[in-house]
Every structure is written in C-alpha cells, then in structure tokens.
Ligand binder design. Structure first.
Ligand code: GUN
Length: 278
C-alpha cells in the first residue's frame, strides 16, 4: 500500500479547523524566515496557507539575510511577549553567521511549536512529552492512522539529526519499540535494515535505500526531500524497488511532508490551550 500522507494530513487539518471554529480567540502562529532560500520560502508559505485555512492567526516575518544575532533574538523576544502568538517557529537552516541553537533556546518553551528547545527535547527523552518535533510526531500519527502497532517491533531510524532522526528514535522508544539509530556512516546498513519491521529514513541522500535491503512486509517511511536538477523531488528511498517488498510505503512528495505541516497546527493548538488555561 502507498500511504496517502496528503489525505491523512487533510483529515487532521479539517479536524483542527472544526475545533478552532469553536474557540473565542484564534490560535496564533508566527513564522520567522531569514533570507530568501527558495525551499524555505515554499515551506513557510505552505505553513502560512495551512494556518489561514484552519482559521488560525498567522504572522509571517521575513527578515533580510544580513540580520544580526541580536536583532533576531529581539524579534523572538517580541513574539514571546505577544499575546496573539501561541507558537513561534524559526525556519531552519539559518544563514551561517547566525547561531541557530541560541535562537531556539531563546523561544519560550511553551511557544516552541517545533519542539526543538532543549526543555521540550528533554521532556520527550524522559517520556514526559509536551511539544514534540513535528516531523517525527507526524510519522507517529501516520503509523497510528494506518494501524501499525509498535510495541516490541524493530524500528530502524536512518539519520541522526536534531530535527528528525533523534526525536524519531525517542518517539519509537516511548512507544515501547526496539530502536536502532543508524547514520550515513553505519557499517553494513543493509544487514541492519533487514531486521527492521519499520524503517524511517532521513539522511538527504537521493535513493540511498534499495528495495533489496528491506525485509518483505516492512513499513517504509521516507522523510527525504531531495530536489533533482530538473526540479522534481525524490526521497532517500528507491521507491520503485522498495514498493515491491514493503507492506506500506510513503511517497515523496505526498507522504511525510504534509503531515509535518498538519502537526505544526496541532502543536499550535496545544500551545494555545495551555496558554488559555493559565
Ligand atoms: N527546516 C526543515 N524542517 C524544519 C522544521 O520542521 N522546522 C523548522 N523550523 N525548520 C525546518
């Protein structure tokens, strides 16, 4: 089966819109984009559109790529203190002269809808999650929606980034799966993958994972988004060979990507409710 991430994400967004329509104040999301990287610009536009469609208050803040660290920190602080804003997202990557880690740590953890602040990552690690990183959480929603159980399963995560690989591994551990974390340097990756009931790949290498490395019936989740010279998008998994052995597989595009955005709305609604209850 090819997993229809667009449809699952659309249903989630519709459910969120229904909840938002009943609220007094609109949940607010502020997205900061520094510079004009084409891919980041598209992601930020898609996030803003999804917000508006779900009835959120959306604020897009576009800063020039020569912004200083102090100016960016001041912008975050302004949003920390803005009552219309429940969620703050700083689109990554930032230009080289900026310290992304310091910017993330400056976000109020209760407004950190990306779940990247060390306080939120720490809570996820201790299995006391609050705001969870959107892509791994979106993968968990996908798996739950299609009825993939995780208790006792062998999950192999390929990639160890702070945005996807590491929090993904923690999500699986929290769901009582057995987790192996690999990276682009792992020795004999095919042998590791052959053990996997569920594979998540997020390395950014086009078609790195071959169908013959995958166990018959495994579930394959491809987080990779690689743009080829012609402009088309492909994943980290060789889709044509992998779909022959996988029981379920996500396409690129139309798999994990839409779930990340829907989960961002979900997190903003969580942050909103926490703020309203205070
Ligand atoms: N860049 C790529 N993925 C993400 C994400 O989930 N959040 C942010 N802020 N930047 C990203």
């Amino acid at each position: 089966m090819i997993i229809d991430g667009r449809k699952i994400a659309q249903d989630l967004r519709a459910d969120i819109a229904t909840q938002v329509a009943l609220l007094g104040r609109k949940p607010g999301l502020a997205v900061i984009l520094v510079g004009d990287d084409p891919a980041s610009s598209v992601y930020v536009r898609n996030k803003g559109d999804a917000c508006k469609e779900a009835g959120f208050y959306a604020e897009k803040i576009n800063k020039s790529s020569d912004i200083t660290q102090a100016e960016l920190l001041a912008e975050v602080e302004r949003l920390n203190n803005d009552d219309r804003v429940d969620g703050i997202l700083v689109q990554l990557p930032l230009p080289k002269h900026l310290d992304a880690s310091q910017v993330i740590e400056a976000i109020d953890p209760t407004k950190d809808v990306d779940g990247f602040h060390s306080e939120n990552i720490g809570k996820l690690m201790q299995n006391k999650p609050f705001l969870r990183p959107c892509t791994p959480k979106g993968v968990m929603t996908l798996l739950a929606t299609i009825g993939v159980g995780l208790v006792g399963k062998n999950c192999v995560v390929v990639g160890s980034s702070n945005i996807v690989g590491r929090p993904m591994a923690m999500e699986f551990l929290n769901a009582r799966a057995t987790v192996t974390i690999c990276n682009s340097k792992t020795q004999d990756l095919p042998r590791k993958l052959k053990q996997a009931d569920i594979i998540v790949v997020a390395v950014g290498i086009p078609k790195m994972i071959q169908g013959e490395w995958i166990k018959q019936g495994a579930v394959v989740i491809d987080v990779g988004i690689n743009r080829l010279d012609g402009g088309s998008l492909i994943g980290d998994v060789d889709f044509e060979s992998a779909k022959e052995v996988a029981s379920c597989i996500t396409p690129v595009p139309g798999g994990v990507g839409p779930m990340t955005i829907a989960t961002l709305l979900e997190n903003t609604l969580i942050a909103y409710r926490v703020r309203e209850e205070k």
